[in-house]
Ligand binder design. Structure first.
Ligand code: SAM
Ligand code: SF4
Length: 444
């Protein structure tokens, strides 16, 4: 028999989420699990009985930030000895009991053990520390209903883990082997989201292109999701350049509600570095793929990830990255300095590009991308684009902010539009990050 817990008897859980969109989606799964076992989410740390940090290990800087945050939380809340503090996510998986030794946290739970949270929290509330860091080959949380607060746009993990083993990357070690959710389970969840009024979904995985379920691939999943409701906007991330099939390109081209936007991390423009990174494609393969995408999906927007200063990277190889950026002309990019991660194959190569060289190369990459983004955005001035309203713009309540199918942020006067509305906006000016315009018509 289901246990009914009155609102005032429910313990309050506060979660801070760091890192990628997968972590945001995981936090909703965690809250789904906890809500079912008698906890209520709170947005205020001072109200909380349980404080959880869902963490990221991708770069050293991300981990340092969390160590600092844990020290602050432990100090700030030292007057509440009954408070339970836990670490979730990739750092929990990587550092395990070291986190208990260093920060005296109560629980440490890796990405595949969230079902154990209620049990571990029971123990912690009774005064014992607990760890759950086993990785699974099968866990996909397919049956868990994520706890979502926002009503327009939803993240949905369709697969977990990664089998790519890029030599710089900690993810295969912290999130384990690749596994996919069932197509039927994903479609069911999306039908529910549409019923609840969601207008946009983003399908998530470290490499969505290797999604597989009983003979269905990612293109089949996208078709099925797009067919749930033709008014639902469907996005996805991340695509690995080796696995993005022509079938997927055709699928995107043939559905109006599959957004014309592909995040296609390249990491480097040099074949020698790509090989050292174990990216399994060449510059030529990547550029040919980009050509096919652009010719089959007119107006497609592309973004990427780039790492500066991978071990042994020469000046010449850095310039090959810049020239690839010029050739592709990305709409946007996430750009990082190489950060050595203990346990990865690249760690053994050392970290021989001096920090000031990495920083200078990164600055050159960022400055080139800003110039290209500015030019690409400038080409939209004078055109009318369809924008889905997200909410008030960051700078003024009199302005709304929304995104186009190509994921461009557009700011325009509020009028009577509300989040989720589709509005036609004529673009009057553009910066490298934002388009600005006037509504010329809207519809729901
Ligand atoms: N699976 C996705 C992919 O392959 O693009 C993204 C995973 S990772 C969380 C996001 C980005 O972080 C990567 O594309 C890469 O550019 C960057 N990254 C990963 N490990 C890194 C490292 N050790 N140093 C710097 N950047 C790193
Ligand atoms: Fe990391 Fe490469 Fe997997 Fe992306 S594809 S998560 S960069 S190992």
């Amino acid at each position: 028999m289901a246990q009914i817990i009155s609102e005032e008897n429910r313990l309050k859980v506060y979660v801070e989420t760091y890192g990628c969109q997968m972590n945001l989606a995981d936090t909703e799964i965690v809250l789904g699990i906890m809500n079912k076992s008698g906890y209520s989410p709170t947005q205020t740390i001072d109200d909380a009985d349980v404080v959880l940090l869902n963490t990221c290990s991708v770069r050293e800087h991300a981990e340092e930030k969390i160590h600092q945050r844990l020290s602050v939380i432990k100090k700030q809340l030292s007057g509440k000895p009954e408070l339970v503090v836990g670490v979730l996510g990739c750092m929990a998986e990587r550092l395990r009991s070291n986190l208990i030794d260093r920060h005296r946290v109560d629980i440490v739970v890796g990405p595949d053990e969230y079902r154990k949270l209620p049990e571990l929290l029971d123990g912690a509330l009774a005064g014992s520390q607990g760890i759950g860091v086993r990785l699974s080959r099968t866990e996909t949380y397919d049956d868990i209903t994520p706890f979502r607060t926002e009503g327009i746009s939803a993240w949905i993990s369709v697969m977990r883990g990664c089998d790519k083993f890029c030599t710089f990357c900690i993810v295969p070690f912290t999130r384990g082997r690749e596994r996919s959710r069932s197509l039927a389970g994903v479609v069911r969840e999306i039908e529910q989201l549409v019923g609840q009024g969601f207008r946009e979904v983003t399908l998530l995985g470290q490499n969505v292109n290797s999604y597989t379920d009983s003979g269905s691939d990612f293109a089949d999943l996208l078709s099925a999701v797009a067919s749930v409701d033709s008014r639902l906007r469907v996005r996805f991330t991340t695509s690995h350049p080796q696995d993005l099939s022509d079938k997927l390109i055709e699928t995107i081209a043939s559905h109006d509600n599959l957004c014309n936007y592909i995040h296609l991390p390249v990491q480097s423009g040099s074949n020698r570095i790509l090989e050292a990174m174990n990216r399994t494609y060449t510059r030529e393969h990547y550029l040919a793929l980009v050509d096919r995408i652009k010719s089959r999906i007119p107006g497609v927007a592309l973004s990427t990830d780039i790492i500066s200063g991978f071990p042994t990277e020469t000046e010449e190889e850095h310039r090959e990255t810049l020239s690839l950026m010029e050739e592709v002309r990305y709409d946007g990019a996430y750009m990082f300095k190489y950060s050595p991660r203990e346990g990865t194959p690249a760690y053994r190569l050392g970290d021989d590009v001096p920090d000031e060289v990495k920083s200078r190369r990164l600055a050159e990459i960022i400055s080139l991308q800003q110039k290209i983004s500015g030019e690409v955005n400038q080409s939209v001035v004078g055109k009318t684009v369809e924008v889905m309203v997200d909410g008030s713009s960051r700078k003024s309540d009199l302005q709304l902010s929304g995104r186009t199918g190509a994921n461009k942020t557009v700011v325009f006067p509020s009028g009577s539009f509300k989040p989720g509305d589709l509005v036609k906006v004529k673009i009057g000016r553009a910066s490298s990050a934002t388009l600005f315009g006037e509504p010329v018509g809207g519809f729901n």
